[in-house]
Each structure stands twice: as C-alpha cells, then as structure tokens.
Design a protein around this ligand. Structure first.
Ligand code: XMP
Length: 527
C-alpha cells in the first residue's frame, strides 16, 4: 500500500540502504512528531514522487560506495526538490551524486568519536556545543563537499563530517544521529525536520486514533467484524480501535489455552472488557491443549501442536459466530489483525526491504480464512501502539505488557508440559514480574522470560530437609526489537529478593539461576 492509502499524512520517506538503521530512523522521525515510512533504495524517482514525501532521509548501510554492487539511488530522486538528509552511507551517496568526492583513504572510524562544528554549524547543528560526541561507523569518507555546500562539522579523520546547502535544503552527516550514543543525535533530526524542512509536529496518538477510526468505518461499513484477543498489546489495541470505530459490529474471541501467565485471563475478561465495552467470548480450551501436549518435549513439536490446537479452537467458535451472523442476515466478513509496521517492512510488504527476522507466527490464525483483514496498526511501531492503547483507556497491565510468545508458557517449560508444571511456572513468573515492577525496572527490560527446567533436578536444603527440586531460570533482556538483545544487569538486591521469594513460595523449586547470555548467540526464549 502506498502512503496515500495507509494514512492521510504525507510521509517523510526513509530510504533504506540495507542496514538495520532505517527503522530506527523512522521511529526517531515520529518521535519528533512527523509521520515517516520506509522505502527500499531500489525505489525509482517516480515511485518516490508518487508518495508525495515532505522530506527524505537516506539511511546508513553496510556497503562502500566503491563496491561493485554497492546499493545505489535513482539520481532522479535528488532532483525532486524535496528536502533531504543523508546519514552515513546515505551522506556519501548524496555527496557522490551531487559532485563531491568520496575517498577510500583507509582511515576508519568506529564508535564514539569527537566531532567539531565548523562555524556556527548551520541550521542543522546550530546551537549545539562546538565539540560533541558522535557515533561513527564508516570506512570511506567525504573528502570534498559538492559545490554550493558548506562544511558544518569535521573530525580528526574526516574533514567533511557534515554538510549543508540551505538553498536546496540538502543536509548530511557522516555519523548516526539516530542512535542514542550520538549526544545531540535527536537534535539533528529535529532541526532537519522542523527548522530546515519546516515540517510541523502533528503526528500524535490523538490524530492517529481519529484517522484510523475514520478508515475502519470506511472499510467495514455496516459489516460484522471478528477479532482474536491473545492478551498481548497488539491484539488488545487493534481490537479496541476497531471497537471504537464500529462498536457492537465487533465480537472478540479469547482462547484460554492454559499457557497464559497468572491473572491474564482475568485481565482480559474483566479489566479489558470493562474499559472497552467489547463483546467478548472466552473459549476454555485448557484441557484440550494439555491432552494434545501430553508426552511431548520437543520445542518445535510443541509449537506445532499449540498452533494446530489454536486454529481448531478458533475455527470452532468462528463457525458458530458466522452461523449466528448469517442467521441475523449480516454476514461476518472482516477479521482484525494486529500487524505492526516492522512486520510490514520485514516481510517486504510494499517496501522490499531485506528480511532479517524469521517470523514466529505459531499460535496465529488459520491462513485460509475467507475474511477481509482490518489492520489498524499497519503503520505503527510498538511504542506508538502502546501510546494509543493508553489514550483509549486500556488497562496499564495490558498496554505495558512485555512481549509474550504465542505458544506462551508451553515453550518456557523445558520438558513435557503438564498442569502441575504450569502451576509452578506461573507462580514463579508472577513473583519475578511483581518484584521487577516494584523495583521500577519495567522500562529497562524488554522482556524477562522465566523458565522452568522441568527435566532437571538438583539437591537443595530447605527447612529441615534435603530436597530434590527444579531450577528456575531468569532471562531478563534489554533490546530495541528482539532481533538482538543483551542480558539486563539487574541490581543484586532485586535478584536476591526474587530468588528468595521463589524458593520460599513456590513448591518444587529449590534453585534460581540467572541467564547472562546475549543474543546472539543465545535466543531470548530457551525453546
Ligand atoms: P527468540 O527466542 O527467537 O525470540 O530470541 C524473539 C522474540 O520472539 C518471541 N518468540 C515467539 N513469539 N511465537 C511467538 O509469537 C513463537 O513461537 C515465539 N518464539 C519466540 C520471543 O518471546 C521474543 O520476543
């Protein structure tokens, strides 16, 4: 879909040169209150023009402009008369196309680097300290700016580290302003958008809700809509948005597969319904899932079984609802899906960007459904989805929730899944979550899987006796997007509190261990 059909806003287009930075840049632009979308560097000038961009940002990338197959940019794009900011590789591409010189000097800069402003730094860097810490990652460098450009900053190794041409509204920086390690990075983006390109900050949750509600009404008309709630943020917010738009034309289904965390079903059935007024049907499928999982320890087989059972349970209730709707003369034609923008970009949806993340759609919906999809979060990043959920008045326990895998606790029990083991894991998980929240650490942690090593026992001494219990693993990770992650350095006193409480309060657990592996090489989940 194009920008024009996704939202009414004209976008800042981030041209993706193949590194993972394009999404980060797009998010930073939106943090500055301006709508942005990502396009691949293979987009032609005509395709770019058709999206009517208000500005362009050329992203960084892993290549050298000297490589034979270096990603290129249709030269017509820089002739469109659109304000443009080049970053790192994008800065070099810009320099090269506009008649500057990019040299392969053998001088490299990686990581924290000192940059000095030249003169007042122009509109891009004006008002910032004369010397600042920036994040670099490049081999080639711009050795001469194109004619008509002013050099705005330099470093010891790079004479042209930033340039600008105010008349054309063309700017570029060699460093990465989108990463937090660049001290004044966001100011560079803000200055480019608001001061140089003159764009207003009008992208906010209120506007997004109003626009999506109008779009949903236009798509659905008086049709009936089905939605599957998982207890997670995306399905909760997409369902609430559709409900806001079409009220009781929507019915939501929640399948309790018994692999949820403590209190999640109640949060959906009570708090979510109370705050939205959604008509909800809960299917209690706990027994069915447990029976299907009996005797299975292999993680992939567990995923397949959970996925299959989920589809069966959903199809059963779906056919009942379809029959009900048909009997009332109003067929059920639409299905809500909480697809987010990163999924659209990564699966190449209209942008053709490289696929860097394999998808985990286990526990998702049947593929052959004869429904038209309603996807009100297609243009949004996760933090924006949360902001919208809050604006819609959803419970914080749901909106602030960590990502949770579709197969749930089923893949956090290493070994066979049984009702007893689920109970143990649920209790341990609830304690860990409670203590992390109490310590104010939710913002630092991307997610903290709590894992039960059900096939491992170790000796312990608890009370007066010797025990032979199971270990619980804490896996707190910090991440931007789950593609890479680092283990979170939790304070010892918090770890100690969690460990004491779990070993005291959860039967059969006599040991708590901490996972200190980054991703890669370890994945976030254990299975
Ligand atoms: P890994 O373990 O691959 O996880 O580092 C990356 C992110 O994906 C989640 N995850 C899943 N989500 N179905 C899902 O819906 C799955 O089978 C699945 N496996 C992992 C994981 O929680 C993390 O956020």
């Amino acid at each position: 879909m194009t920008a024009q059909t996704e939202t009414a806003q004209r976008p800042v287009l981030v041209v993706d040169f193949g590194a993972q930075y394009a999404q980060l840049i797009a998010r930073r632009v939106r943090e500055a209150g301006v709508y942005s979308e990502i396009v691949p560097h293979t987009a032609t000038a005509a395709e770019v023009a058709a999206k009517e961009p208000v500005a362009l940002i050329l992203s960084g990338g892993p290549s050298s402009v000297y490589e034979k197959d270096a990603p290129s940019l249709d030269p017509g794009i820089l002739q469109l008369g659109v304000p443009t900011l080049g970053i790192c590789y994008g800065f070099q591409v810009m320099a090269q196309q506009l008649g500057g010189t990019v040299a392969n000097t053998g001088l490299r800069e990686y990581g924290a680097t000192d940059a000095s402003l030249t003169g007042d730094g122009g509109v891009l860097l004006g008002g910032q300290p004369a010397d600042q810490n920036v994040w670099m990652s490049h081999g080639d460098q711009v050795s001469a700016a194109p004619e008509g450009f002013e050099v705005l900053a330099s470093t010891t190794a790079t004479p042209v580290a930033a340039f600008g041409n105010a008349e054309k509204c063309f700017y570029g920086v060699q460093w990465h302003p989108e990463v937090k390690h660049s001290d004044y990075g966001q100011d560079v983006i803000v200055n480019f958008l608001h001061k140089a390109a003159g764009l207003p900050a009008d992208w906010n949750s209120g506007n997004v809700i109003a626009e999506q509600v109008a779009r949903i009404r236009a798509q659905v008309g008086s049709g009936r809509v089905l939605s599957a709630l998982s207890g997670g943020v995306d399905s909760a917010v997409s369902t609430a948005l559709v409900h806001e738009a079409v009220g009781d034309q929507l019915v939501a289904v929640f399948i309790d597969h018994g692999l949820l965390r403590k209190g999640e079903r109640e949060q959906v059935e009570n708090d979510y319904v109370a705050s939205t007024g959604v008509r909800l049907i809960t299917v209690d499928a706990r027994e069915t899932f447990l029976e299907a999982l009996a005797g299975v320890s292999d993680p992939e087989q567990k995923r397949k079984i959970i996925g299959r059972e989920f589809i069966r349970a959903f199809e059963k209730v779906q056919s009942e609802l379809i029959a009900e709707a048909a009997a009332e003369g109003d067929p059920m034609r639409f299905l809500v899906q909480g697809t987010l923008y990163p999924d659209v970009v990564e699966s190449g949806g209209g942008t053709g960007t490289a696929n860097i993340k394999s998808h985990h759609n286990v526990g998702g919906l049947p593929e052959d459904l004869q429904f038209e999809l309603v996807e009100p979060l297609r243009t949004l990043f996760k933090d924006e989805v949360r902001a919208i959920g809050r604006e819609l008045g959803l419970p914080e326990a749901i909106v602030g929730r960590q990502p949770f895998p579709g197969p749930g606790l089923g893949i956090r029990i290493v070994g066979e899944v049984t009702a007893d083991r689920l109970e143990i894991l649920r209790d341990a998980d609830a304690i860990a979550r409670e203590e992390l929240t109490k310590a104010g650490l939710d913002g630092e942690i991307w997610q903290c899987p709590v894992v039960l090593l059900a096939d491992v026992r170790s000796v312990g001494v608890q009370g007066d006796g010797r025990t032979y219990g199971h270990p619980i693993v804490l896996r707190p990770v910090s991440s931007e997007d789950a593609m890479t992650a680092d283990w979170t350095r939790l304070p010892y006193d918090v770890l100690s509190k969690i460990s004491n409480r779990i070993t005291n309060e959860v039967r059969e657990v006599n040991r708590v261990v901490l996972d200190v592996t980054s991703k890669p090489p370890g994945t976030i989940e254990w299975e």
